[in-house]
Design a protein around this ligand. Structure first.
Ligand code: NI
Length: 167
């Protein structure tokens, strides 16, 4: 397994739309394993392939306290949404920024697992937020896109300054 480099907002590659995975083969499983290692090392609770500059519909999530509940979502699709929740979100591609975003409270989604087997699951609360946030990445959307233009411009300026400092 290897750790992958995570793209940082406002990198234009974060705005690419990811393509469906046609077959869950060894290469896809290797990507899943590398993404999981990258997410745990960061540390984060979710990572979409878009964030590591691979434009395929692959997500890893672990919202458990003890980091023992890895979920793999390949070609995920939300089949129903209910209710509303506002949650403070962060993102490994937008380090140090936390902002409230409104999302569905309860969702049902369908996806393929690491073996390519189809499953369906209901999610609420943090897991529901995370699934919606990561699917947005696959569609070329970052959570700061939900914020006002003014806020977004400030975040962009702050992150660009950080990049200059570390470069
Ligand atoms: Ni994110």
């Amino acid at each position: 397994m290897s750790r992958l480099a995570i793209l940082r907002y406002p990198d234009p590659r974060l705005y690419k739309k990811a393509a469906p995975v046609s077959r869950v083969d060894e290469a896809v499983r290797k990507l899943v394993d590398d993404m999981a290692e990258t997410m745990y090392a960061a540390p984060g609770i979710g990572l979409a392939a878009t964030q590591v500059d691979v434009h395929k519909r692959v997500i890893v999530i672990d919202t458990s306290e003890d980091r023992s509940d890895l979920r793999v979502l390949i070609n995920p699709e939300i089949t129903s949404r209910n209710g509303v929740q506002v949650h403070e979100e962060g993102c490994l591609s937008v380090p140090g920024i936390y902002e409230e975003v409104e999302r569905a409270q309860v969702i049902r989604f369908r996806a393929l697992d690491r073996e390519g087997k189809s499953y369906e699951e209901d999610a609420e609360g943090l897991l529901a937020v995370c699934v919606q946030h990561e699917i947005d990445h696959l569609d070329g959307k970052v959570f700061v896109d939900y914020l006002s233009r003014l806020k977004r411009d400030r975040i962009r300026a702050r992150l660009q300054k950080q990049v200059r400092k570390t470069a």
